[in-house]
Design a protein around this ligand. Structure first.
Ligand code: ZN
Length: 343
């Protein structure tokens, strides 16, 4: 059944900085209740980072930016007619076009509109809902066309260089694939086993437990519930959003997209207060008809450990073992974020 397992550990050192005094440093290995994937809560530090001089960072990047209004319709590619007769999709000033560096055969990029640089505090729920809606427009088109890759409808968001973005201009990675990426595939397989064994949906049970227990729960917007992950992947924890009653991306209603936008904008404001200015966000949907799945997404703050050197927060442990490292207890991070969600 659903268990929150943690193994507490201690490291003893003689700290020369404190005259050789014996110092005990705690750490914890947590197991994800669904997949068994482990994360370490360790390297405790205050969750406080320095934001860079944004003006200096973005200086000069606008003159060549392919997503700015004066270039986006000239330099970005078009889908061939068998996929999209009109070549690109738009909603307002947002544009969706093929990814020049595709992740899969149906791989698109969607811009957030004309604005070149949008700090995390300045995204609006309506804007996020509109961008997700544009991604859904693309997914509906390939679904209606019966494309064989129209199985998992995925949206990824890398915001700013610490999160892996090579462009300042805000955009989404939008792709449909019959091959679920690793963690999504592991989750779906485990959730299918859970349903076979219990007759219930793991994510519904998780949400009920988290709401009752309360220490990681942040709040709800519509059918979307926001909480801190028990076993996070990110160094400053992960915000998990679960949408009640929804299994796949195409089932999300306009109200759901707005609710997700509200929660994500709140999470961005809360992370900005920690000095974080980048994040990853991924959709984790089932495919249509997956009764064991619930649509959820992860929002994971990203930061440079050393701004001047550009030191990434993903090192060998996370990259090659896929072991999460989080630098504070998720419950404490939830306490920091919860006031933002209360508003
Ligand atoms: Zn731009």
């Amino acid at each position: 059944m659903l268990k929150f397992e943690a193994v507490k550990k201690e490291t003893s050192i003689l700290d020369t900085r404190a005259g050789g005094a014996r110092t005990v440093i705690p750490s914890e290995v947590r197991r994800d209740p669904l997949t068994g994937r482990t994360s370490r809560i360790c390297h405790f530090m205050e969750l406080k980072w320095q934001k860079p001089d944004f003006e200096k960072m973005i200086e000069g990047t606008q003159s060549w930016c392919p997503f700015c209004r004066e270039r986006v319709l000239q330099v970005t590619p078009l889908f061939p007619p068998e996929i999209l007769a009109e070549g690109r999709l738009t909603r307002g000033d947002m544009v969706l076009f093929p990814n020049l560096a595709p992740y899969d055969s149906l791989s698109a990029v969607a811009t957030f509109g004309d604005r070149h640089f949008t700090p995390m505090t300045e995204f609006t729920p309506a804007q996020v809902a509109q961008a997700f809606g544009l991604a859904q427009d693309f997914f509906r088109r390939v679904e209606d066309a019966g494309h064989p890759e129209s199985v998992y409808h995925l949206v990824n968001w890398n915001h700013m260089p610490p999160a892996g973005s090579s462009l300042i201009h805000s955009h989404l990675q939008v792709f449909a694939t019959s091959d679920a990426p690793n963690l999504l595939a592991q989750e779906l397989a485990a959730a299918e086993r859970y349903r076979a064994e219990t007759g219930r949906v793991y994510w519904d049970d998780l949400l009920a437990r988290e709401r009752e227990e309360g220490s990681r729960y942040l709040g709800a917007r519509g059918r979307a519930h926001f909480l801190q992950s028990w076993a996070p992947l990110g160094v400053a924890g992960d915000v998990l959003a679960i949408v009640e009653g929804v299994s796949s991306t195409l089932e999300l209603t306009g109200e759901d997209l707005l609710a997700l936008g509200e929660g994500l904008c709140t999470a961005m404001k809360a992370c900005d207060a920690l000095g974080v200015y980048g994040f990853n966000m991924n959709f984790f949907p089932g495919k249509r008809g997956d009764r064991h799945a619930r649509f959820h997404l992860l929002f994971s703050p990203r930061t440079f450990f050393n701004q001047a050197l550009g030191t990434t927060d993903v090192g060998a442990l996370r990259n090659l073992y896929n072991e999460g490292i989080c630098m504070a207890y998720p419950e404490e991070i939830a306490d920091r974020l919860r006031p933002f969600f209360a508003g």
